[in-house]
Design a binder for this molecule. Structure first.
Ligand SMILES: [Zn+2]
Length: 259
């Protein structure tokens, strides 16, 4: 069991390293496959040994081996964050077939949140890849665990949440961009596997967090009142919150039908 944990964390670090590439290249319309990772300052391609998550950054003392320009602390931070998120996913779900779908979904959410925070956009191609890969992994998990109902719930919740946000976007396209509509579909798909309660907790947590953080930023004058908020960041955070804590929350709420 301990080995399985270490495995999840290490693969989480490697995928986190790839997320750095995704977060940098996808909003710029660049391929995530080619060319190989290079130093952003001097363009020297990274050697495999200089591309080990977190370790290389520490060994190189946060500087490029060739040009000695500083390497941003964001790279090891994103790698570590993805490993922590994956570990929490495994802690909550255990080594059930659905874990793969949740790991894929969590990483896509992390990448989307980082891109939205930086550019106020949610690249369509990334949301679609996230939806397609998560749905495929859920299909495999549903067949493997003979739980087609859970898959059905996920698909219905994904479509339902997409439509709710579609209506909100229609009513007020300035307040809610279409990227958030697509992302809501991913939230519904990932949380719907467990049930409606999880989907509602995810939506509720996203908005509470958005109001709290947004209000704090306005009060401390770090954001103007009329400035748009990167809603995708809060949707992603709310989804992860619901994945980890919704079952415990719902079991403490006496009016929620217990399974
Ligand atoms: Zn360099």
């Amino acid at each position: 069991m301990a080995l399985a944990w270490i495995y999840v964390a290490v693969v989480g670090l490697l995928v986190g390293s790839f997320l750095n590439v995704v977060v940098y290249r996808v909003p710029r319309g660049l391929s995530v496959v080619r060319p190989r990772s290079a130093c952003p300052s001097c363009d020297t391609p990274l050697r495999a040994l200089d591309n080990i998550p977190i370790v290389s950054w520490i060994v190189l003392r946060a500087r490029c081996r060739t040009c000695r320009e500083p390497i941003s602390w964001r790279y090891p931070l994103v790698e570590g964050a993805n490993a922590v998120i994956w570990s929490l996913d495994a802690l909550r779900i255990g080594f059930h077939p659905i874990l793969v779908a949740v790991l894929i979904g969590s990483s896509v959410l992390l990448a989307l949140a980082l891109i939205d925070a930086e550019t106020m956009t949610l690249p369509r191609v990334l949301v679609y890849w996230g939806l397609a890969l998560s749905a495929l992994a859920m299909l495999i998990a549903a067949l493997g665990s003979h739980d087609v109902h859970a898959l059905f719930r996920g698909l219905v919740a994904g479509a339902g949440w997409f439509l709710v946000f579609f209506a909100l976007n229609f009513a007020s396209p300035r307040a809610l961009g279409f990227g958030d509509v697509r992302l809501a579909g991913l939230l519904g798909l990932l949380l719907g596997w467990w049930g409606l309660g999880e989907v509602l907790v995810g939506f509720f947590a996203a908005n509470v967090l958005g109001v709290l953080v947004g209000g704090f930023l306005i009060l401390t004058k770090r954001r103007r009142r009329d400035q748009p908020i990167p809603y995708g960041v809060y949707l992603a955070a709310g989804t992860l919150f619901a994945l980890w804590f919704a079952p415990a929350l719902l079991s403490h709420w006496p009016y929620w039908p217990q399974r």
